[in-house]
Ligand binder design. Structure first.
Ligand code: IPM
Ligand code: MN
Length: 352
């Protein structure tokens, strides 16, 4: 039977606790559906950095490129200055492996509380495709006249046509494959960021007209998108957007689906190695308490299997999560629950 090599980066804080449950569930799925998973553990994160001064050795990038997929817990340590680990590990992997799509489903599972009034699972079920390689994340910019009253800080929002086109192509194809409302919404800010979104808009309509006439095209400004994600989430099917806007609106999306404890995402390189992660952080103050919700990490594991083509196993994980949220867990919105981290993992694994 088939064996997949999975690079495991549990990371910081509660990352190891939630990835442990994800691995538990993945192993249950592999056993049931007849394939093997070989996990290769990597200790990148704040502790290793504080011990050795190393974030991510170049050899690691080479090794990660050999994996079939990567599962990541969380990166971020209270004793390390913000930016070092995020840029040195998470963003470095995204860039070096050219994971140019960040796929973030916004999906309310049955039984999970949403802060949105009168909305249920039938209203909150869409996908944000966040461009993951460009924008201000490229890091171009700088500071002049530092520590003077005239100090200027520049951080450039940049896109080239190739980055825009490959993201849009993925987004159109994904919308077609999803086959729900067959509607792709571009989220931007054409009224202010005139250069960048002129490029996106032209590329969007050219590609849509030429190759995806079956997909309806919509456009929303990013500020309005936030409003409608709260007021009328059922309008959305697939949203495609730039890196920074995607970062922001997916936190909003996550809270509408019950919070960071349940939101998962995939950093995809459709031609290379992809990485799956719960979209929340390392929650350092809950470390080791066995209270953090592992469902986001488990759902990330499900996305990983779907990406590997193990669709039956992926839907079994999805069904098991739904079973647990619908019948077992209450008040997930608080990120705390009646069940511990490990018990939640057990419940999902048993259901598989
Ligand atoms: C995310 C995170 C990262 C990002 C940070 C930790 C660099 O917020 O995955 O959404 O901004 O992409
Ligand atoms: Mn974010």
């Amino acid at each position: 039977s088939k064996t997949y090599k999975i690079a495991l980066i549990p990371g910081d804080g509660t990352g190891p606790e939630v990835t442990r449950e994800s691995v538990k569930v993945l192993k249950a799925a592999a056993a049931k559906f007849g394939f093997n998973l070989e996990f290769i553990n990597y200790d990148f994160g704040g502790d290793r950095y504080l011990r050795t001064g190393e974030v991510l050795p170049d050899s690691a990038i080479k090794e990660l490129k050999q994996a079939d997929a990567i599962l990541l817990g969380a990166i971020g340590h209270p004793d390390v200055k913000p930016g070092i680990l995020e840029k040195g590990i998470l963003l470095k992997i995204r860039f070096e492996l050219d994971q140019y799509i960040n796929l973030r489903p916004v999906k309310l599972y049955p039984g999970v509380d949403t802060p949105l009034k009168d909305k249920g699972p039938e209203h909150i079920d869409y996908v944000v495709i966040r461009e993951n390689s460009g924008d201000v994340y490229t890091g171009a910019g700088g500071v002049t006249l530092k520590n003077t009253p005239h100090e200027i800080a520049v951080q450039n929002m940049m896109y080239n046509r190739m980055q825009v086109d490959r993201c849009l192509k993925f987004a159109f194809e994904y919308t077609r494959k999803r086959n729900k409302k067959n509607t792709l919404a571009l989220c931007g800010k054409t009224n202010v960021l005139t250069y960048v979104f002129d490029l996106w808009e032209r590329a969007f309509h050219e590609m849509g007209e030429t190759h995806f006439a079956d997909i309806k095209r919509e456009y929303y400004h990013v500020d309005a998108t936030c409003m409608w994600m709260v007021k009328n989430p059922e309008w959305f099917d697939v949203i495609v957007t730039t890196n920074m806007f995607g970062d922001i609106i997916t936190d909003l999306g996550a809270i509408t689906q019950g919070g960071m404890g349940i939101a998962a995402g995939g950093n995809l390189n459709p031609e290379g190695v992809s990485m799956f992660e719960p979209i929340g952080g390392s929650a350092p103050k809950y470390t080791g308490m066995n209270v953090i919700n592992p469902l986001a990490a488990i759902a990330a594991g499900g996305m990983l299997l779907e990406h590997l083509g193990e669709n039956e196993a992926a839907s079994a994980i999805e069904d098991a999560i739904k079973f647990v949220t619908a019948y077992k867990l209450k008040s997930l919105a608080a990120g705390r629950m009646g069940y511990s981290t490990s018990e939640t993992g057990d419940l999902v694994a048993e259901h598989i």
